[in-house]
Design a binder for this molecule. Structure first.
Ligand SMILES: *Cc1c(COP(=O)(O)O)cnc(C)c1O
Length: 455
């Protein structure tokens, strides 16, 4: 066996710059003002976001952006993450395919989100801010940002989607242990939260609502800005560390993936994983296939529209062109964990619209069956979100068994399932709900899409 179970980079081999795929996507649309349909200038974003990250958001000229030393040393505490050859899963499937996964769950927050949390907390501190606000769905982003804010010395207020805060009480304790203030959303601490509570009494909340609350609180608090854990281009940029490490590790053994798979909530892990591989493809140097996997209950790519939309339910953000279910779409509260966002990263959306990425969706039961098979063969208990990618990788490998092709598959195992015991408990008890929105349900969300004056 020439390829080891785990491929690590040595310290000297670690990437020192992030990869900015936007350089190869010159016609990707930017932020638009809903009032007049015109692009939002950089100055219009300064009151909301940190300055350095806005620069990264809009950067279409530098393919590689150096990672500051402070962030590199934070990364050194938990990176590199391993690329693992799933020999045991391959054997159980009886497939000729070679399956690799990049595992991002080996840090206390339990997911890839720490890669961007570290960067955003560092830039906020460098700008002299007192604190930041954010939202969290399943809790991984809030946990990651709590860790990063504790490390760099920033205050943090987290609006946590109410259903998740009830399903995952220990996530809240984790965030509080790192010093964050956690508020279940929708809440009565903001005007937008109060309004949502009046309109949808008893709602379990959504990421879109929590974002509106975090934005409002940032705008009302001196020395605060809002930070986001996915979707935006600068988050995909920070997550490119996943793809860069994976590519370097595989190249050590002359391995070139034929298929690259990632789960897609807001699109940041997928965008980051594929970034350097996609650059090769866009330059005609690779024929790799890319697959985005989403839950059937929140199908932004597979059933959404490519349109200008708000990033939040309260319609406070500028418009971004993305695949979306409409900012008024509230996903089923029965859905486990993350991947519940109405929209999709503009980078991933554009690559999908241009035909460079394909997309699939699966029901929760299918995803948890794959998760359990993975846990029992590979040992690692996967996060429900990550298990969407596992399911797609298994399906690819089973197709290889039928066709006799020995494809090389790489997928992103974005996190651990330690904090998802309620979901596993429901699955084990046979209580998993496979809700799929009807076309009529989706129409209600599409009806909330903004109508633009000039675009
Ligand atoms: C947040 C999260 C995701 C989805 O977010 P993306 O921005 O789409 O990457 C996937 N897996 C895990 C473990 C997460 O925490």
């Amino acid at each position: 066996m020439s390829v080891p179970y785990k491929i690590y980079l040595s310290e000297g081999e670690m990437p020192k710059a992030w990869h900015n795929i936007q350089v190869l996507m010159p016609d990707i649309p930017g932020f638009v003002n809903p009032a007049n349909g015109q692009p939002v200038p950089k100055e219009g974003l300064l009151g909301v976001f940190c300055e350095e990250t806005i620069g990264q958001e809009l950067n279409k000229s530098d393919e590689f952006i150096p990672i500051p030393d402070e962030i590199l040393s934070f990364y050194s505490m938990y990176r590199p993450s391993p690329v693992v050859r799933a020999y045991c899963l391959e054997k159980a499937l009886g497939t000729p395919a070679k399956i690799y996964y990049k595992f991002e769950g080996n840090n206390t927050s339990g997911s890839h989100k720490l890669n961007s949390a570290a960067a955003q907390a560092y830039y906020a501190k460098k700008q002299g801010l007192k604190g930041v606000t954010t939202e969290t769905g399943a809790g991984q982003w809030g946990s990651a940002l709590s860790m990063a804010c504790a490390f760099f010395g920033l205050d943090l207020v987290v609006y946590m989607v109410k259903t998740s805060s009830e399903q995952k009480p220990y996530r809240k304790v984790l965030m509080e242990t790192y010093g964050a203030k956690v508020i279940p959303s929708p809440s009565s601490t903001t005007d937008v939260g109060k309004k949502i509570l009046v309109e949808n009494p008893g709602t379990g909340g959504s990421l879109g609502c929590a974002i509106s609350e975090a934005l409002e609180t940032a705008a009302k608090s001196d020395g605060y800005r809002y930070v986001l854990g996915s979707v935006l281009n600068h988050v995909v940029l920070h997550q490119s560390i996943i793809g860069l490490e994976a590519k370097l590790a595989l190249e050590k053994y002359d391995i070139t993936p034929d298929v690259i798979i990632g789960c897609a909530g807001g699109g940041s892990n997928l965008g980051g994983l594929i970034s350097p591989f996609m650059a090769d493809k866009l330059r005609g140097k690779s024929k790799a296939e890319f697959i985005a996997v989403e839950p059937a209950s929140c199908p932004s790519l597979t059933r959404g529209r490519y349109a200008f939309d708000h990033g939040d339910t309260g319609k406070m953000t500028p418009l971004i062109k993305m695949y979306t279910l409409g900012s008024g779409f509230i996903p089923s509260p029965n859905h486990a964990g993350g991947l519940r966002y109405h929209g999709m990263s503009p980078i991933v959306s554009k690559l999908y619209d241009d035909g460079h990425i394909s997309a699939k969706s699966y029901t929760q039961s299918d995803v948890f069956n794959a998760a359990v098979m993975f846990a029992r063969t590979e040992g690692t208990l996967p996060a429900p979100e990550s298990s969407h990618a596992i399911k797609a990788a298994i399906d690819e490998a089973v197709a290889c068994k039928k066709s006799g092709e020995a494809k090389t598959i790489l997928f992103g195992l974005t996190g651990t399932g330690y904090f998802d015991m309620t979901a596993y408990q429901n699955f084990n008890a046979g209580d998993m709900n496979d809700y799929i929105p009807t076309d009529a349900d989706l129409e209600k969300g599409f009806a909330t899409l903004p109508v633009l004056p000039n675009v």
